[in-house]
Design a binder for this molecule. Structure first.
Ligand code: ADP
Ligand code: MG
Length: 546
């Protein structure tokens, strides 16, 4: 037996497979993950810079938004992808804080690397980080404020939208955002898909408006219909206003002209009956998800009804929520109580396009934000800013807890967790301290990006927090350390807790890996000739031996 075991190496991997183990594996992963954080750190905060991303088709995106940058970057390294996931989770859970979450993850890994070099075992670092993150959660909760005052909501929206191309109309936009989220709030949940964001090129950002209802990208079915109806009673119909036979391939053979007349008359009678049912319900506006026969259009026009055909299913859903109507799936059961209501329904010209506006709905549960901007890139970035704004207002309304921004909570965390480290024995203590140091990456980066000396800023922040100034943060506009609540820089608690949670999770995951085995085929397709990554500044080391 023993002899046979010694007859040469045992191969368990395919010929082309690559394997990196132990320290090398960890170094490779940490380097890749840090590179991702490095790539977006200059975008943090109101004074952060933007990135211009060009894809292989030549399409250009200009943005300051962390998760957008990372998605557009087409990152392939598996460890780097874990960090991109941090940003994606952050985006899904809160809608903001993606750059911060990634910077924290990079910083935790960087400091872990130092500890590993000093001989601390990776699982000890991971455990220390876990303990520290649990403590961080408690600290943040204890420092948060309940948001009772309505005023704070617009400030929260504004803080999230700062530095993202919406600057010119930040105040007005944040009002719109708050009104929109409030409107679509249901008892327990807030589903932001009920805020439709329409980005229209043309006009300026300040021409943006909130439509208390729905904008349907359609025109009236017939020019003889009224172009506008006030005090609209709206029928929502998802069955065709057509005579069925003509829809299918049924052929009717007629042998003499009388028969044809009867046939046409019968069809006309049926259409008349359909239109009659609609008018009987009291409707003066019709949105039909399917087609409307020409004859029926004519009849509807005669009766002064504004009708729209082939309305998108998603628009139908929004119309129902906005107008309080119910979608009828048969013309037989249209009841006056099914009709939705709107103050006004009519065609409007939006930057050269005709659209139907259903506006002035009473208590609409679906609204539309019509964003305007001079160029496509401007509106797109405004749209991303508005999405961040919607996200933070939503979580604030759900959780009701907020924190000052500008690096205040991170400074507080660094101090509190350094204290806490003393109570943690053993080598984990080193990791807890490293975690505390990592938190200060946020105020430091904010200072750097604002062109303020980071050392002075951090010293100032620490001393103010030591003096119980818990809301002291760096005002990036003035470069001063001041009370962030007074300065109106406010963020939801959940943005901070989630960032710490996902950053810690990712760091822990990567630290526990000590073996990277990639199958041969993967190695070939994602190998050295991979374009793109080499061009990104600070991405060195990404093309590792994967
Ligand atoms: P993220 O993707 O992490 O949200 P941002 O670029 O939006 O990145 O920057 C968020 C950070 O900027 C937060 O720490 C927030 O508190 C801070 N911030 C926002 N407005 C200001 C301000 N006026 N002064 C200082 N810090 C601010
Ligand atoms: Mg943000």
């Amino acid at each position: 037996m023993a002899d046979r075991m010694q007859t040469g190496p045992v191969l368990i991997l395919g010929e082309d497979a690559q394997r990196t183990s132990g320290r090398d594996a960890r170094e490779m992963n940490v380097t890749a993950a840090k590179a991702v954080a490095e790539a977006i750190r200059t975008t943090l905060g109101p004074r952060g810079m933007d990135k211009m991303l060009v894809d292989s088709m030549g399409d250009v995106v200009i943005t300051n938004d962390g998760v957008t940058i990372l998605k557009e970057m087409d990152i392939e390294h598996p460890a780097a992808t874990m960090v991109v996931e941090v940003a994606e989770t952050q985006e899904d859970e809160t809608g903001d804080g993606t750059t911060s979450a990634v910077i924290l993850a990079g910083e935790l890994l960087k400091r872990a690397e130092d500890l590993l070099e000093q001989g601390v075992h990776p699982t000890v670092v991971a455990r220390g980080y876990r303990l520290a993150s649990e403590e961080a959660w408690n600290v943040l909760e204890s420092k948060s404020y309940p948001v009772e005052e309505a005023g704070l909501l617009t400030e929260i929206a504004q803080t999230a939208m700062t530095g993202k191309g919406a600057e010119a109309a930040k105040e007005a936009l944040s009002e719109l955002v708050v009104t929109a989220v409030r409107a679509v709030k249901d008892e327990e949940e807030i589903d932001l898909s009920n805020v439709t964001v329409e980005a229209v090129v043309g006009g300026g950002i300040s021409d943006s408006e909130l439509v208390e209802g729905v904008v349907v990208d359609k025109e009236r079915a017939d020019d003889n219909m009224p172009w506008q109806v006030e005090d609209a009673n709206i029928a929502l119909i998802d069955t065709p206003i057509e005579v069925r036979e003509t829809e299918t391939d049924t052929s009717v053979s007629v042998t003499d002209p009388d028969q044809l007349t009867t046939f046409v008359e019968r069809e006309e009678t049926q259409l008349r009956e359909m239109v009659e049912r609609i008018t009987d319900s009291g409707a003066n506006v019709v949105f039909c998800q399917k087609g409307i026969d020409d004859m029926a259009q004519h009849l509807l026009a005669e009766r002064g009804i504004l009708a729209v055909r082939r309305t998108k299913a998603s628009d139908m859903k929004h119309l129902a929520r906005a107008t309080g109507g119910r979608v009828a799936s048969s013309l037989d059961d249209i009841d006056p109580t099914d009709l939705g209501e709107a103050g006004i329904v009519g065609e409007r010209d939006v930057a050269g396009d005709t659209m139907i506006f259903v506006e002035e709905c009473d208590n609409p549960k679906s609204v539309t934000l019509l964003l305007r901007g001079g160029t496509e890139h401007v509106v797109e970035e405004v749209e991303r800013a508005v999405h961040d704004g919607l996200g933070v207002v939503r979580v604030t309304l759900l959780d009701g807890q907020v924190l000052p921004g500008g690096g205040a909570p991170e400074t507080a965390l660094a101090l509190a967790i350094r204290d806490y480290a003393d109570s943690v024995g053993g080598r984990e203590q080193l990791a807890v301290e490293a975690f505390a140091d990592a938190m200060e990456a946020i105020p430091r980066t904010l200072a750097e990006n604002a062109g303020v000396g980071p050392i002075d800023a951090l010293t100032d922040l620490r001393s103010q927090h030591d003096a119980e100034e818990e809301n002291a943060g760096l005002d990036a506009e003035t470069g001063e350390v001041t009370d962030m609540l007074d300065a109106g820089v406010v963020e939801p608690l959940r943005v901070k807790t989630q960032a710490i949670q996902s950053a810690t999770d990712a760091a822990e995951l990567l630290l526990r890996i000590d073996d990277v085995i990639s199958a041969g085929d993967l190695g070939k397709s994602g190998g050295d000739e991979e374009p793109g990554m080499g061009d990104m500044g600070g991405m060195g080391g990404m093309g590792g031996p994967m």
